[in-house]
Design a protein around this ligand. Structure first.
Ligand code: LLP
Length: 425
């Protein structure tokens, strides 16, 4: 829950705003984002990684207003599609502080990144190295690039969000020699300025050992590149992936400890080889916007399935939060519109979609007097909920509202069914 979440006169308030007022004014389901929570996490990251660059990974959640906060707080921004780039540029985010990612950027996406003058492009394949080299020649520019290296680290997280073991689609493998070959190919492209290496081992990681192993392997590769090519690369981008708490029992890594550990490892490898210490970049997404987000739902039906549990249906579901269905993610919820002294009942919070995998919270104790019209709040939904939302069953995507100091502001309008019909012929 965001630090500002509290219970006053029975109902939950977030950022000083009563959830009943939010539901009344903006409707449900509703994504609520605690502005101060997001901003303070930006500051915490900058403080922990002082002397390094912190880039917010926009895939976690991106909209114009969030880009403004990120800019205000002095972070850089990672984008991984032309669409994300367009959002950033639409509010004048400085292109120099943008890094462009993606394992299959289209020629058009690469071209718009070059035209905008983004600070860094992370190259993910041999084809892309050639493609960007040719494009840069045609546009008469010389972009700064990094090579995404697959470090072979087995991150302890869900298979779909682990990205540094060898058998997955991202990057050029260190163990097979593809990464070293990538370096050679980039150096053969006079129009590409190789400034460093990149690694991202996965997401929602709480065991921080993997970050350190990956950092050490990248630093060792820096040393090898100097030996082989006589070239000193000035940058290492160590990706994101820092886990957050979804339920009370979850532990979270200490960002300051991670920062110190990474700096120390890189410094040691480089010092031993007489190499200057490279500038580090990290790319947190979830750990910036996740904890500050809460989704509000209205209960529609409460169905007791004899002897098993109670199914509580809410007015959204896997279209606004697919993480439970997709990754078996855990969430916690609370009755938010009133207080209840009723005994707890084992509940499953489900959505309104036409499949039984449409689960928001798999197992949860909710008060037994729950009725239609009650509001439920689900915690830690700021990351990868709105950004992964769909229109399954023609459900319009919910609005996003920012709250701060007792004031709420619409930052993304909710869709209407008319919006969904607009593109159809
Ligand atoms: N940098 C790169 C290159 C990435 O691919 C990602 C995430 C990040 C940074 C940010 O990672 P974070 O700090 O947010 O963990 N949809 C999944 C997560 C996919 C993450 C993809 N890449 C989920 O809902 O858990």
């Amino acid at each position: 829950w965001p630090a500002t979440a509290a219970r006053t006169s029975g109902a939950v308030t977030i950022g000083g705003v009563d959830v009943r007022e939010l539901a009344e004014r903006y409707g449900t389901p509703l994504y609520v984002l605690d502005e101060e929570d997001v901003r303070s996490r930006c500051r915490d990251f900058r403080a922990a990684f002082e002397g390094s660059d912190v880039h917010y990974a926009g895939k976690a959640f991106l909209c114009k207003e969030l880009v403004r906060w990120i800019d205000d707080e002095g972070l850089g921004l990672d984008v991984c599609s032309g669409g994300e780039l367009a959002v950033a540029l639409s509010v004048g985010f400085p292109a120099e502080r943008i890094t462009m990612h993606g394992n299959n950027k289209s020629a058009a996406e690469l071209e718009s990144a070059l035209a905008a003058g983004v600070g860094r492009i992370v190259l993910d394949s041999f084809e892309e190295i050639a493609r960007l080299g040719a494009l840069a020649e045609r546009l008469d520019v010389r972009p700064k690039v990094l090579i995404r290296v697959t470090t072979g680290v087995e991150a302890h997280t869900h298979e779909f969000i682990a990205t540094a073991h060898d058998d997955q689609k991202f990057g050029l493998s260190l163990s097979s020699g593809a990464a070293a070959e990538g370096v050679r190919r980039v150096l053969d492209q006079p129009r590409l300025e190789l400034v460093g290496l990149h690694s991202h081992i996965g997401s929602q990681i709480v065991d921080t050992a993997g970050f350190e192993v990956a950092a050490r392997r990248l630093a060792v590769l820096l040393v090898e590149i100097r030996e082989r090519h006589g070239l000193v690369l000035p940058e290492l981008d160590l990706g994101g992936g820092y886990g957050i708490a979804y339920v009370e029992a979850d532990t979270t890594p200490d960002i300051k400890v991670i920062a110190d550990g990474l700096r120390e490892i890189v410094a040691k490898v480089c010092a031993n080889a007489g190499l200057p210490i490279p500038r580090l970049t990290v790319e947190p997404g979830r750990s910036i916007v996740g904890p500050g987000g809460v989704t509000l739902y209205e209960v529609g039906t409460v169905k007791d399935v004899e002897g098993l549990r109670t199914y509580v249906s809410v007015d959204g579901g896997m279209s606004d939060n697919v993480r439970t269905a997709l990754y078996g993610a855990d969430y916690t919820a609370r009755l938010a519109s009133r207080e209840s002294e009723a005994a707890p009942m084992l509940s499953r919070i489900v959505g309104k979609h036409c499949e039984s995998g449409d689960i928001v919270v798999r197992d949860h104790w909710l008060p037994a007097d729950l009725v239609a019209g009650d509001l439920l709040a689900v915690a830690a939904t700021g990351a990868y909920c709105r950004s992964l939302a769909s229109n399954y069953n023609y459900l319009p995507k919910p609005a996003v509202v920012a709250v701060k100091d007792g004031i709420s502001r619409l930052i993304v309008r909710g869709e209407s069914v008319d919006d969904l019909l607009r593109g159809q012929l």
